[in-house]
Design a protein around this ligand. Structure first.
Ligand code: ZN
Length: 183
């Protein structure tokens, strides 16, 4: 497969989280509490001594899809209140609060620990990503079946597909067939 563009820093973390579900071909990276825990621990978002339950997995999936929907706003998709409610609940459940870190830089940190706190850290990263001047470059692939989060490096922010080679060409071929059917 052709290289898909990835962001760095907080944008990159958010992008990596959203893309733990790859829809074409379907590949769920967070398929059980253990894989979720491994993912969060590997990124220093939680302490490995704490347990991750089925409920945490459902929570992570819901937050991930809400983030995907909000990123879709950068590609012109509508954002629904239910998605914002999911993110607001995740922020409340993890008890995010503003803290001054080393060097005096302010950031959001969860008071909650475990998986709920870790997901709160992802919500805090989502917030930081939005403050980044490149936030609007984080977009969703315009292919309805793909919806992969990609980083648009094009000069005028005009990319629509995660890769032209796969999704771009598939969508173009589909449109071409459609036009010819109706002609
Ligand atoms: Zn795509």
């Amino acid at each position: 497969m052709a290289e898909r563009e990835t962001a760095t820093g907080e944008l990159g973390l958010v992008q990596a989280f959203v893309n733990t579900l790859d829809m074409v071909p379907r590949n769920e990276e967070l398929k059980d509490p253990n894989t979720l825990k491994a993912w969060l621990v590997a990124r220093d978002l939680m302490d490995p001594s704490q347990a991750v339950e089925e409920a945490d997995l459902r929570h992570a999936h819901a937050v991930r899809e809400a983030m995907r929907a909000v990123i879709g706003g950068n590609s012109g998709s509508r954002i629904y209140p239910v998605e914002l409610a999911t993110l607001n609940e995740a922020a409340s459940a993890s008890r995010l609060r503003m803290r001054f870190g080393p060097g005096g830089k302010a950031r959001l940190e969860p008071e909650a620990s475990g998986a709920v706190g870790a997901i709160g850290r992802l919500v805090a990263s989502f917030y930081s990503a939005m403050q980044d001047g490149n936030w609007e470059r984080l977009k969703l692939c315009s292919s309805d079946e793909c919806r992969w989060a990609f980083y648009d490096r094009s000069k005028n922010h005009s990319s629509r597909w995660c890769t032209m080679a796969s999704c771009g060409n598939r969508e173009k071929a589909r449109r071409f067939r459609k036009q010819h059917k109706h002609a």
